[in-house]
Structures are given as structure tokens and as C-alpha cells.
Design a protein around this ligand. Structure first.
Ligand code: SF4
Ligand code: SF4
Length: 77
């Protein structure tokens, strides 16, 4: 079992932008199946215990419903 990423390194769900299309769901997008939905049309939820921070989900959303993490100023590049 791996150590969960800190919240600052997790992708962020933008519920206001999400249209509920479900394109971000499934292991063909997320290699660890960390993205779930509470119900039809609902914005996704990211399981911090499973997310590895690859950010594939950010690119999968056509409307910016998942945003990259906000890196702290002292984050390594
Ligand atoms: S976050 Fe984007 S890809 Fe995922 S359900 Fe919402 S609109 Fe669709
Ligand atoms: S960053 Fe990668 S591992 Fe984390 S939820 Fe998105 S696709 Fe899954």
C-alpha cells in the first residue's frame, strides 16, 4: 500500500464546471480507479487514498471540471 498524496498534490474537482458527462470515469482514464460519482449527473469525487497524481483525469475532462493541483511555492519542480 502506498502513502496517500498530500491534498496540495491532488487534482481538484470544479463542481461548477462539471456537466456530468462521466468521461473522467473508468480505468481507461484513471489507472487506479480513484474517480467515482455519487450519482448520475453528479460531479466526480477523487479518492485521495487511491490517487497517484498522474493528472490523466485533468486532460480527460472537456470543460475543466477537474483542475490540476495548486502547488505550494516551495514544491520541487
Ligand atoms: S469532471 Fe468533466 S469529464 Fe468528469 S463528469 Fe464532469 S464534465 Fe464530465
Ligand atoms: S490524478 Fe491520475 S490517479 Fe489521480 S484521480 Fe486523476 S487519473 Fe486518477
Amino acid at each position: 500500500m502506498t502513502t496517500p498524496l498530500p491534498p496540495s498534490l491532488l487534482p481538484r474537482v470544479n463542481a461548477a464546471a462539471c456537466r456530468g458527462c462521466a468521461r473522467c470515469l473508468g480505468t481507461y482514464v484513471c489507472p487506479t480507479d480513484a474517480i467515482k460519482k455519487a450519482g448520475r449527473g453528479a460531479p466526480p469525487e477523487i479518492d485521495a487514498e487511491l490517487c497517484e497524481g498522474c493528472l490523466a483525469c485533468v486532460g480527460a475532462c472537456p470543460v475543466g471540471g477537474i483542475q490540476p493541483p495548486v502547488m505550494p511555492p516551495d514544491a520541487p519542480v
